[in-house]
Design a protein around this ligand. Structure first.
Ligand code: RAM
Length: 331
């Protein structure tokens, strides 16, 4: 009798706590980044945390491989499936290689979106671009031209990995729009894999092997920082310029040293915030993410999903000596 009562008591407690847990069940959203240790993604994570706090009952799992590989991301995705997350929002190292793992996640009921660097449509519900790809390509060319006398001269691109979806699209856009910048001559494209040391070495290689290159355009925050350091260390400030997409907090030194006159980026905090909002509403089922619909995104308003399930956030903004101090405090 005593035993039974104790047993019933324990069962009742277990029941109460299980119900309590069910009521307070958190929505687990995994923010999968290209690699850990990249300031751009850390800023995006700040935005994700902001959205989670605002919504309430949302847990952000910020994760990614240590190096920018698809293999590393596949391992991460498989472990998130095992953990039973509710959503995966990924910035992909390869548009196709991660698709089978993401399909498996979707089959288990996990809502999958890509942001920043896209996944092929078969692997995700929608993709959130930071801005229009065409505009980003044009911006990169304009920045290169601005660093050259009369917009004329040779330039090289220092990219991230060879399989990175976003950089490859932007490079394609740059090549397409070169006709609008007749003074610009693209000499070569090299890849620093979004690793600081490899990007630095590749930039250095350009300085010695391509002496006519007057501007290095790096459409990656890791690459643009490393290249500006390489130019400074080689004593080539004023002879070779570096520009592209950078974080104000990381590029303040380059603006001050004169290695860079101006560069651009969108707000990574807003991007992480928007991706989290979208993932949350897909989990809740109050948005489908289908082309032609909109997804609510808190303070970012409502994000329209267009053709191919692609959405875009905002326009890139240009940073220079006049505004760098103000923005370097933010991201
Ligand atoms: C790096 C990453 C990221 C890209 C930015 C501009 O941090 O490659 O994907 O959007 O640069």
């Amino acid at each position: 009798m005593k035993m039974t009562r104790r047993f019933l008591g324990a069962a009742a407690i277990a029941f109460v706590s299980a119900t309590g847990m069910a009521q307070a069940a958190e929505v687990k959203i995994a923010l999968v980044v290209k690699s850990l240790g990249n300031g751009f993604f850390e800023a995006a994570n700040k935005g994700a945390e902001e959205a989670a706090k605002e919504i309430g009952g949302v847990k952000i799992i910020y994760t990614g491989p240590t190096s920018t590989t698809a293999e590393g991301q596949i391992e991460v995705i498989n472990s998130l499936i095992a953990q039973g997350v509710d959503a995966i929002a990924i910035s992909a190292n390869d548009p196709d290689a991660v698709v089978p793992a993401l399909k498996k996640a979707a089959q288990r009921g996990i809502k999958v979106i890509s942001w920043d660097s896209g996944v092929a449509p078969a692997g995700r519900i929608l993709h959130l671009n930071p801005s229009s790809n065409e505009l980003i390509g044009k911006m990169c060319l304009k920045l290169a031209a601005d660093h050259l006398p009369d917009g004329k001269g040779d330039f090289a691109i220092l990219s991230a990995t060879t399989t990175s979806t976003n950089q490859n699209i932007w490079i394609e856009e740059m090549k397409k729009q070169l006709k609008d910048f007749p003074g610009l001559n693209l000499v070569t494209t090299v890849y620093g894999d979004d690793l600081a040391d490899k990007s630095y070495r590749e930039a250095n290689g350009l300085l010695t092997s391509k002496p006519n290159v007057k501007v290095i355009v790096a459409p990656t925050t890791v690459g643009v920082l490393a290249a500006s350091q390489a130019v400074k260390d080689a004593g080539k400030i004023g002879q070779v310029y570096v520009t592209g997409l950078g974080l104000p907090s990381e590029m303040a030194g380059a603006i001050k040293s004169g290695a860079t006159k101006e560069f651009a980026i969108w707000n990574p905090i807003d991007l992480g915030y928007s991706a989290t909002q979208i993932a949350y509403h897909l989990v809740k089922g109050d948005a489908t993410g289908k082309p032609g619909t909109s997804v609510p995104a808190g303070r970012m308003g409502s994000i329209k999903v267009g053709e191919g399930g692609e959405a875009a956030m905002a326009e890139p903004f240009v940073y220079d000596a006049k505004n760098i101090d103000q923005f370097s405090k933010i991201f």
